[in-house]
Design a protein around this ligand. Structure first.
Ligand SMILES: [Ca+2]
Length: 118
């Protein structure tokens, strides 16, 4: 049963004389988290990084803040993201415009000419 973000175990006391107390986390459904006992009757999920929700089943979308610049495409992952940059941009967030001439050392006053051959 869910009560304001806290899960309450249905079965916590057994036996003819209620002599058997079960661990409230025994029936927990924390998928990507750790069950934590709040009281003898109530438990909650402490989610691993990158997960959210009452039962830690929701993958947090790290792309929601639009971290990829210059029209790069954001790919969500677990507790991280990566950017697929358009041609001409590099960097973790596609923040750097590539200088096509920088990796080609033209020496002796040579001039780089980029041909558009299709
Ligand atoms: Ca994610």
């Amino acid at each position: 049963m869910k009560i304001d973000g806290i899960l309450k175990s249905k079965f916590f006391i057994l036996g003819n004389y209620c002599e058997i107390e079960l661990d409230p986390c025994m029936n927990s459904s924390c998928l990507h988290g750790k069950c934590e006992v709040l009281t003898p009757l109530i438990w909650s999920c402490q989610c691993e990084s990158g997960w959210n929700g009452i039962e830690c089943k929701e993958n947090i979308n790290e792309c929601l803040s639009n971290p990829c610049l210059n029209a790069g495409k954001c790919i969500d992952d677990i507790n991280k993201y990566h950017c697929e940059c358009l041609t001409g941009f590099i960097g973790e967030n596609c923040q750097t415009e590539m200088n096509l001439c920088s990796s080609i050392p033209c020496q002796n006053n040579g001039k780089l000419i980029i041909l558009n051959i299709s």
